[in-house]
Structures are given as structure tokens and as C-alpha cells.
Design a protein around this ligand. Structure first.
Ligand code: FES
Ligand code: FES
Length: 167
């Protein structure tokens, strides 16, 4: 079994303490503080990252459970000089106020677009074999990400813009 974990393309050794959550590993061991700790209980989505392309709450899992896997954080999606399409769209649409929830929102939205491309249905899907990206579909898929500032309307507009540009 591999004893390393890849984060944004770089390989890191696993923490010696098997109790370290993936969230704490990213923030405290790797030094990537873009991923935020909100509730630390799987309720707010601030800690969302991608593991092998699939979004998860990093507070609810241990780093050692991801041996050999590839983790992507907000820092791995884009940089201030080369932002991703969603990062640009969030700026353009004022999709945040304090910005605390934003890394998790953007990681979730990135995975959401992949889920739709792959044809994965959700509870809100009109067609279970080919879900379309209605506002309800986006809201349902982003429902695990809470924004205390209430920037939801602008987040929806940002995701819709990127989805339509890629359609
Ligand atoms: S910090 Fe992980 S869901 Fe809130
Ligand atoms: S922008 Fe402040 S919590 Fe979402």
C-alpha cells in the first residue's frame, strides 16, 4: 500500500498519526489553507475538496484513508493569475461576500459540472438517465454547501454561466 497522498499534483507523506482528518492534513501539514473549517461535522461544506475528481467533505474522512489517491483543493483548481472558469465566474457575478464558504462552493460546483456531464442523476432530476441543468438541479446539488452571507443567487448565476458556456 502506498504511504503517500498526492495533493494538487505534489506527493506528500502520510501523517504519522492515523487520526488526522484530511481537512487538518491539508491545512496544518501541507499548509494549504484555502480549504476551510466551518463546522468540522459534515454540515456546512466549507471543507469540500475533490478526491480522484469526486467531491467530499474533508472533515469527515481521515488522511490515511486516501493513500495513493489524488486530492484537489481550491489552490489546485486555479491561481490568481490563471483562475478556473468557475473562479472567474464567481468574481464576475459577486458570488461571495466574506468568501469563507467560497473554496468549498467552487470545489462543489466543479464536481457538479462533471456529474452532469457524466449523466449522474440527483433527487431533483427530471430525467434520471440524462439530467438537465435546471436551477432546481443546481440548487439541489449545491445544497450541501452553506453560505452564511447568503450569496446563493449569485453563486447560481456563476455556475449557470459556466455550465452554459461548456454546453
Ligand atoms: S467543515 Fe466539513 S462540512 Fe463543515
Ligand atoms: S460568502 Fe460568506 S459565508 Fe459564503
Amino acid at each position: 500500500m502506498s504511504e503517500t497522498i498526492k495533493v494538487n499534483g505534489h506527493v506528500f507523506p502520510m501523517p504519522a498519526d492515523a487520526r488526522v482528518s484530511l481537512l487538518d492534513f491539508l491545512r496544518l501539514h501541507v499548509g494549504l489553507t484555502g480549504t476551510k473549517k466551518g463546522c468540522d461535522h459534515g454540515q456546512c461544506g466549507a471543507c469540500t475538496v475533490l478526491v480522484d475528481g469526486v467531491r467530499i467533505n474533508s472533515c469527515l474522512t481521515l488522511a490515511v484513508m486516501h493513500s495513493g489517491q489524488e486530492v484537489t483543493t481550491i489552490e489546485g483548481l486555479g491561481t490568481p493569475d490563471a483562475p478556473s472558469d468557475l473562479q472567474k465566474a464567481f468574481l464576475e457575478h459577486d458570488g461571495f461576500q466574506c468568501g469563507y464558504c467560497t473554496p468549498g462552493q467552487i470545489c462543489s460546483a466543479t464536481a457538479l459540472l462533471e456529474e452532469i456531464r457524466a449523466g449522474w442523476p440527483s433527487d431533483a432530476s427530471d430525467d434520471l438517465t440524462a439530467p438537465s441543468l435546471s436551477d432546481e438541479e443546481i440548487r439541489e446539488r449545491m445544497s450541501g454547501n452553506l453560505c452564511r452571507c447568503g450569496a446563493y443567487a449569485n453563486i447560481l448565476a456563476a455556475i449557470r454561466q459556466v455550465a452554459e458556456a461548456g454546453a
